[in-house]
Design a protein around this ligand. Structure first.
Ligand code: SF4
Length: 219
């Protein structure tokens, strides 16, 4: 039987993958390995949320060493704020820049995951991060496979994206803390910019021509 080390990105994303693995009787041990999360208080909050969930499930779990300086050194060459706004002429360019940063981030976390797995006798690695429709799924799969191969174990990558709405529903019903950005400080800034852009767009949509004229902004 394969013993899989499951990378946990956060508790909400882990709800469906853990339920599926437990339902099929797969032995699973979870590793919270996320030096990308900024600041340390946010990392602690997400870890505490997951630890509480894992305790309730009765599964084995651990936390990888939190080392944001090492993450910065590894991912920093691609660091930057790249908000992805529909209709922005720079959308493709910003997406490409964010893609490089996220790929380096996957590589960093999965290398540590695979090293831990090899050192503790696991046969395979997997990740809950693949449930997010906001990630670069193919690159994530490639980086997980590469990290696993470097350590002589298998990748048990599973694309969970179809279950994302269910993970939102379950995590809400459990009253879990749900963060509003991916993790790094750049993603926090991007999410804030994207929220502001959506808000402005909604406001513009609600504004009737009569109101626009009254405010002196009519055609
Ligand atoms: S947006 Fe998420 S995956 Fe991308 S670099 Fe930041 S923390 Fe890592």
């Amino acid at each position: 039987m394969t013993h899989t080390l499951l990378h946990i990105c956060c508790a909400p994303c882990s709800t469906v993958p853990l339920a599926a693995l437990l339902a099929e009787g797969t032995p699973v041990f979870a590793l919270f390995e996320n030096s990308n999360i900024h600041p340390a208080e946010e990392h602690e909050r997400r870890w505490a949320t997951f630890a509480s969930f894992a305790e309730n499930l009765g599964i084995g779990y651990a936390q990888g060493a939190y080392d944001p300086d090492a993450w910065d050194a590894a991912v920093g060459t691609h660091a930057g704020v790249y908000p992805l706004r529909e209709g922005d002429p720079a959308l493709a360019e910003m997406r490409a820049l964010r893609l490089k940063r996220c790929r380096a981030c996957y590589a960093f976390r999965f290398e540590r995951l695979a090293a831990y797995a090899a050192a503790h006798g696991f046969d395979a690695v997997a990740t809950t991060l693949s449930i997010s429709p906001y990630q670069f799924t193919a690159l994530m799969a490639a980086e997980l496979a590469a990290a696993a191969a470097r350590h002589g174990i298998a990748s048990a990558f599973n694309d969970y994206r179809a279950s994302y709405p269910e993970s939102v529903r379950r995590s809400r019903s459990l009253g879990m803390y749900r963060q509003n950005h991916c993790g790094c400080r750049y993603s926090a800034e991007e999410a804030a910019l994207e929220r502001a852009a959506r808000k402005a767009s909604r406001k513009a949509g609600r504004e009737t021509p009569r109101e626009a004229v009254q405010e002196g902004r009519g055609a």
